[in-house]
Design a protein. Structure first.
Length: 281
């Protein structure tokens, strides 16, 4: 019979704490919607590449890779390019240069060979180039920015978390109360009115938002379902050891097993469900 009572007590405390959770949740929901912050925390600038992102504005940096200049017609040798070319001159006057005779043109006979006389190299015709607007358009964006569209997640301030030291501080005198059930009530009542932090949240793959709570924080699951974490939080700061496990299914089994061995802590709650609810609400 005693054993049975203990089990019932444990069931009660869990269901009572669940009631508190339901109450807190409802309370949070009926509060006026918090104005959504327009600040972003992603550290990025919203940017979508447009035509300007591909344009070089510095006119001294054309992107075409061409030099500006006039074109040329090019040259291909024709018959007219060939003729007799003087390749040397032979002295034919037969005289030594002495006083009275200085070699002049008539003293020489030119030697010719047939060859190129145009004096040009063959070349392809080239077009001239003057940079135009197109010379300053890049194939890839050159704005230097990353494309980014703010998602809902960008508005979440992940650093907006509580300091666990504050929780310790708030309940540091809890042990002055000897009665465990009163300690539990003290902590639970003190948490009434606590709200999820709408400024710090995560967005899941279904676009559902999950908000920060200190209860999630305590169990290193900041945005997790906090119903069960709330229970653990209350027990922890009420300094009631019930071998809480953040996995509720484990905890319930474990609790029942533990009671068989330890028993005594099971006596902490003997209050009726009704009375507890009434006290809290
Ligand atoms: Zn851009
Ligand atoms: Zn020629
Ligand atoms: Zn001569
Ligand atoms: Zn150009
Ligand atoms: Zn962003």
């Amino acid at each position: 019979m005693k054993e049975k009572n203990k089990k019932r007590s444990w069931k009660q405390i869990v269901s009572i704490l669940s009631c508190i959770v339901v109450f807190c949740t409802t309370y949070a929901l009926i509060l006026p919607a918090v104005t959504l912050s327009t600040d972003t925390y992603c550290g990025k600038e919203a940017h979508t590449h447009d035509a300007e992102c591909y344009r070089e504005h510095d006119k001294s940096k054309p992107l075409c890779g061409l030099e500006e200049g006039e074109g040329s017609e090019g040259h291909t040798h024709t018959e007219d390019c060939y003729g007799n070319v003087e390749v040397g001159r032979n002295l034919i006057c037969g005289m030594e240069e002495v006083e009275g005779h200085v070699h002049d043109d008539s003293c020489y006979q030119s030697e010719f060979e047939y060859g190129l006389i145009c004096g040009k190299e063959e070349s392809e015709p080239t077009e001239g180039h003057v940079h135009n607007e197109d010379c300053y358009i890049s194939e890839t964006p050159i704005c230097g920015k990353e494309e980014h569209e703010h998602s809902r997640e960008c508005y979440s301030n992940k650093e907006d978390v509580e300091d666990p030291k504050d929780w310790e501080e708030a309940y540091k005198d809890i042990n002055k109360e000897e009665d465990a059930k009163t300690r539990i009530l003290t902590v639970a009542k003190n948490e009434v009115g606590y709200k999820e932090n709408k400024a710090n949240f995560s967005v899941d793959e279904n676009d559902a938002e999950h908000y920060y709570t200190r209860y999630g924080h305590l169990y290193e699951d900041m945005y997790g379902d906090w119903n069960n974490y709330f229970t653990g939080y209350v027990l922890k700061y009420a300094n009631v050891k019930m071998n809480f496990d953040k996995d509720i299914s484990k905890w319930q089994n474990k609790t029942i097993d533990d009671q068989k061995e330890e028993g005594e802590e099971g006596n902490v709650i003997k209050l009726g469900d009704f009375r507890l609810r009434k006290t809290l609400l």
